[in-house]
Design a protein. Sequence first.
Length: 146
Amino acid sequence: MTQNLLVVNGPNLNLLGKREPAIYGSQTLNDINRDLATVASQLGVRCEFYQSNHEGDLVDRIQQAMDSTDFIIINAGAYTHTSVAIRDALAGVNIPFIEVHISNVHQREAFRHHSYLSDKAVAVICGMGAFGYTAAMHYAVKHYLK
Ligand code: CA2
């Protein structure tokens, strides 16, 4: 049976490509997701995409993934550094996930150095730009799917 990946993006990532290109690059979230959809189909997995600026909506979407999703790639944006609720949702559904950040959070302000998700994640990618999502997808398919 075909396996299902879910790519989740948190607050303000809908602004990608429209502001702060020096930090976050010039690709829009639609550009990134379109490229990921192509990679997913080349690798023979199904892929869904979700973005929200709202913490509770992100929690709801993660819970919804429980019966249908085999792997999650998540950039929780600023909620990475604040959200016990998103951590609990990911732990609660027990779906393996990779945490992705476009920027190298460790080169930035100290408050970005802590993540509520990292110790529950299979892996953490940061500082590779949008390629981090693609790298996560390849790793997930090779090591967890198919
Ligand atoms: O580097 C990342 O991917 C982050 O998750 C991005 C978050 C930030 O709070 C994290 O510390 C690191 C912020 C996303 C904001 O995205 C924007 C994109 C374009 C313009 C403005 C914000």
